[in-house]
Write a protein that binds this ligand. Structure first.
Ligand code: HEM
Length: 235
């Protein structure tokens, strides 16, 4: 059948459709992305799988609760660092697809923090508030860990695209809380290990966090300096 539209009239919707298609394709990302995400999702379950495996094979040591608390605490910190490394790596390598993994990694940080917290409150203290308060009095680093965990909750709750869209600019402001969480996590770890005179790991993670947060501070200062300079140039 012959077309009833003129070539010009036909070209417009086609161009719009092509543009919309390109936008949809770029929003969906490269074709390998779902597989890479699935691989990261499975790999990130390793710390949990290790605990379960050790549990079944009687390898959690003399104090299994302590083992689980320490393991989940350390993995929370590892996922926090990896999540915070996404933006600098993306900027330095120009590999924009990295951003697609940030939410997943951040949610894993929250997941291990929730396991860490639950192990302490449930299996270590059996929901005994008096025992917890006594423990906090003796080991104040727990309060710092608790503050970090509380701050992670709104970030996890607003991590979806729909929430980001709904909150607009406020979403970015809210998600800057992750910097405070990073500092609190290091303080929690450092304080805990200082009591045991074993600061090797806290120093290592502290240095990593310093680089990750320092890089952001540097980018921010540079942007301010540039805008002040261009402002002065205009005036
Ligand atoms: C973002 C939140 C948190 C992070 C990143 C974190 C991280 C850590 C790390 C790295 C350790 C040391 C692990 C090791 O010895 O190798 C640790 C230990 C510990 N954390 Fe957390 N933590 C967090 C939240 C919490 C919360 C909410 C609680 C409890 C209310 C808590 C209670 C503890 C306790 C009791 C230990 C010491 C266990 C022991 O004495 O062996 N932490 N945490």
């Amino acid at each position: 059948m012959e077309s009833t539209t003129t070539p010009q009239a036909d070209a417009l919707p086609r161009a719009i459709l092509a543009k919309a298609g390109a936008r949809a394709a770029s929003a969906a990302g490269p074709r390998w992305l779902p597989w890479a995400k699935a691989a990261v999702f499975v790999a990130a379950l390793y710390p949990l799988a290790r605990i379960v495996l050790f549990g079944f094979t009687d390898r959690l040591g003399a104090n299994p609760i302590e083992f689980i608390t320490r393991s989940t605490g350390l993995w929370t910190l590892v996922f926090l660092c990896i999540t915070l490394a996404v933006t600098p790596l993306r900027r330095l390598t120009g590999w924009n697809a990295l951003i697609r993994f940030r939410r997943l990694l951040g949610l894993y940080a929250f997941f291990y923090a929730a396991l860490h917290f639950t192990t302490y409150v449930w299996f270590d203290k059996w929901f005994d508030v008096a025992a917890m308060l006594k423990d906090v009095g003796k080991r104040p680093f727990i309060t710092v860990g608790f503050a970090a965990f509380v701050l992670l909750i709104p970030l996890a709750a607003t991590s979806t695209r729909a929430m980001a869209r709904r909150l607009g600019r406020r979403w970015q402001t809210l998600h800057r809380l992750v910097y405070a969480i990073g500092v609190l996590a290091i303080l929690h770890f450092w304080w805990m290990k200082a009591g045991k005179h074993d600061l090797v790991l806290p120093k290592l993670y502290g240095a990593i966090m310093l680089v990750l947060l320092g890089w952001r501070a540097g980018v921010w200062l540079l942007a301010r300096w540039r805008s002040a300079r261009s402002g002065a140039g205009v005036a």
